[in-house]
Design a protein around this ligand. Structure first.
Ligand code: ATP
Length: 349
């Protein structure tokens, strides 16, 4: 079992703040994903939990025990990185076995544990190969097996899929999900890929510039983003965000007028998702503008229109026929609109 509490965890280098007052309890057996753009502090947070980086402030508590001053090897944490860091001269079997030797696990247990771990990642047939004789995906699975073999309390994974091609990323992602379900080990997983976060996580932590923006289940984060940063980071395409003014429950922006909203008068940012707008007749339109670009997705057509400076995405049926420059008319139900403070970007409705 492993419950991890982070209390005001911070990292500073001189005056630069890498991570600021990170507070969270990661539940036993939870799959937690740290998500955010490059440089937002994900890796630094993870390295502090692993003990590879000293915290500048705050506490890291694993199962009720403060571990800030413990060496990495005494934290019972196994890490998987984007670079596989395998030993090139050892075969797959020896690579997977290596942590057992280092941790002085009785020799008699090694073979069964290596075989169990390699079977979990479907490497049984490759045990005698050297890393140089494996594909990138197979190497990444060796790295996973090497973490699994330790049967640790906590897995830390830092972008483990980023060196794989798109297809392999999907299948390895499924394998990681299955492993975490089978092993029931608490996992903290770092990625900048929101699809990876949404598909793997029990809960997602969205970070920006060292500060936690929102913590929630994938559904909560998708359906109720806490601010415009989260709204613009989650979803493919990201939420449409339009600046405008509210007056008497009606939002007016460039090419957009939506009534029946619940919000105080004044400048706001309105958000809605591409799939929530529907095409309609000109007379019923709340949004009207010429098509700027069209993308055929196979199961749907995505098109962009220019509403003032903002590019707005709208999803239509796959047989939607139109050309760049054609006018489109859409309705946007008030009930699915999100309102954010125009200055702070924080959600107001
Ligand atoms: P990526 O997705 O690119 O790996 P990240 O979210 O994991 O990004 P971190 O590696 O945690 O980001 O870095 C957070 C910030 O701290 C970055 O702006 C980075 O430049 C800075 N940083 C990291 N290590 C140091 C260091 N040793 N000295 C000074 N600044 C650092």
């Amino acid at each position: 079992m492993a419950e991890i509490q982070l209390r005001n965890l911070s990292k500073r280098w001189g005056s630069f703040v890498g991570v600021q007052d990170f507070n969270l309890t990661i539940r036993d057996r939870e799959f937690l994903v740290l998500l955010g753009p490059s440089g937002c502090g994900k890796t630094t947070t993870m390295r502090m939990i692993a003990g590879l980086e000293d915290a500048s402030g705050g506490d890291i508590i694993i199962d009720g025990k403060r571990v800030n001053d413990l060496d990495p090897k005494d934290r019972d944490v196994a890490m998987v990185f984007q670079s596989y860091a395998l030993y090139p001269n050892m075969n797959v079997y020896e690579n997977i076995r290596f942590p057992l030797k280092v941790r002085k696990v009785p020799e008699g247990e090694h073979d069964a544990r290596v075989r169990r771990a390699s079977a979990m990642v479907e490497l049984d047939d490759f045990l005698h190969r050297k890393p140089g004789e494996l594909s990138g995906g197979q190497r990444q699975r060796v790295a996973l097996a090497r973490a699994v073999v330790r049967e640790p309390n906590l897995f830390l994974m830092d972008e483990p899929l980023s060196n794989l091609d798109a297809k392999l990323r999907v299948s390895t992602r499924a394998q990681i999900k299955n492993l975490s379900h089978t092993l029931k080990t608490t996992t903290i997983y770092v990625t900048h890929d929101q699809i990876e976060a949404m598909t793997l996580a029990d809960r997602v932590v969205v970070m920006n510039k060292g500060v936690v923006q929102q913590v929630g289940t994938p559904t909560e984060i998708y359906d109720r983003p806490a601010n415009t940063f989260v709204a613009s980071f989650i979803g493919t395409p990201a939420m449409n965000l339009l600046d405008g003014v509210m007056a008497g429950g009606t939002f007016t922006g460039k090419n957009v007028v939506i009534s029946g909203l619940d919000g105080a008068d004044g400048p706001v940012t309105l958000g809605f998702r591409a799939e929530d707008a529907s095409l309609c007749a000109e007379g019923d339109a709340q949004l009207s503008a010429p098509i700027y670009a069209l993308e055929l997705l196979g199961d749907a057509t995505m098109f962009s229109i220019k509403a003032g400076p903002a590019l707005v995405s709208v999803k239509a049926a796959k047989d939607f026929r139109a050309e760049i420059g054609d006018m489109v008319y859409a309705t946007i139900p008030a009930a699915i609109c999100h309102l954010f403070d125009a200055k702070t970007g924080e959600r107001i409705a």
